[in-house]
Design a protein around this ligand. Structure first.
Ligand code: SF4
Length: 295
């Protein structure tokens, strides 16, 4: 069988360790144990090099990530979660995009910086983080100095996250659920609550609370919670967790844009938008608890 790995000799030991974690793959909590450098595919259905669906400035992210030049987003195809309501299912599940080399990925970062973007925002990076870290090394050697954003569904292993210290400036994890049965039903990940809360702890350990300078995030943790109907997203419990176990100053974006997509129509509880009242109650609770709630 042909090996598809690039030559990693000129990269750091961290990159080489991350690459080893893909062969057999235990990079994320799925631990599929496939040999991705041989082209074998696990749950995320991506081999060792990333598939990129789009690159460009994005103005729809949180205002602290956008500024005047936009957030320099790189969308990765494939995902280690199986959300039945995925709003990007053409990218996550159908994997629309083009395979890229480490060099091309580094070049994209430099182009986003030249364009005037205020950060490099890796969207759905968990399953392709070895190539991302290698590309960050290359891009930094060539003068890339923007903050990096790890924009993740939050199903990340602590052991892998530890290797990202120094490479990631802003962690932006989803906290999707606090109930294992809901996580199993809606994302095929019954251990999501434990995995996710441990991951958020590690992220906060590395970068601390979100720091904002001149209106722009420079470093820290920014948590996202997409409000689902009937509190299926465990929003209140997640707010308690953040306040009590992460930091009372945690920055959170309580997202109100849920709408039924992909297979959501087969699940009656999520086959509607959350009501205005459901969203307002979550926001009010987070404010009462003292969290930094983004608008
Ligand atoms: S990164 Fe992909 S192949 Fe590796 S363990 Fe996770 S889902 Fe499986």
């Amino acid at each position: 069988m042909t090996f598809l790995s690039p030559d990693l000799n000129s990269f750091s030991q961290t990159v080489q360790q991350l690459w080893e974690l893909m062969n057999p793959c235990t990079l994320c909590p799925r631990k599929c144990k496939v040999y991705r450098s041989k082209g074998e595919l696990g749950f995320c259905s991506i081999a060792c090099l990333p598939v990129v669906s789009s690159v460009g400035p994005h103005f729809g992210e949180e205002s602290v990530l956008v500024g005047t030049g936009g957030s320099g987003t790189i969308f990765f195809a494939g995902c280690n979660l199986g959300c039945v309501f995925c709003q990007n299912y053409d990218i996550s599940h159908l994997r629309h995009g083009h395979k890229v080399t480490i060099e091309k990925l580094a070049q994209s970062m430099l182009e986003l910086q030249d364009y005037g973007c205020c950060n490099i925002n890796f969207v759905t990076p968990t399953h392709v983080i070895p190539a991302i870290v290698a590309a960050i090394e290359l891009a930094r050697k060539e003068g890339m100095s923007l903050p990096t954003v790890y924009n993740t569904g939050g199903y990340d292993l602590v052991e892998t996250l530890k290797l990202l210290q120094g490479y990631i400036d802003i962690y932006m994890p989803d906290m999707k659920y606090f109930d294992s049965k809901v996580a199993q039903k809606l994302s095929a990940a019954p251990d999501y609550p434990q995995i996710n809360s441990a991951a958020v702890k590690e992220m906060h350990r590395q970068v601390g609370d979100l720091r904002i300078e001149k209106g722009l995030a420079t470093r820290g943790l920014l948590v996202r919670n997409l409000v689902l109907p009937e509190n299926l997203a465990g929003s209140f419990e997640i707010i308690d967790f953040l306040t009590e176990q992460i930091s009372p100053k945690t920055t959170i974006n309580i997202m109100d844009q849920y709408r039924p997509c992909y297979k959501a129509s087969s699940y009656p509880q999520i086959n509607r938008r959350p009501t205005f009242e459901e969203i307002r109650c979550v926001r009010r609770y987070a404010v009462e608890k003292g969290l930094a709630v983004l608008n």
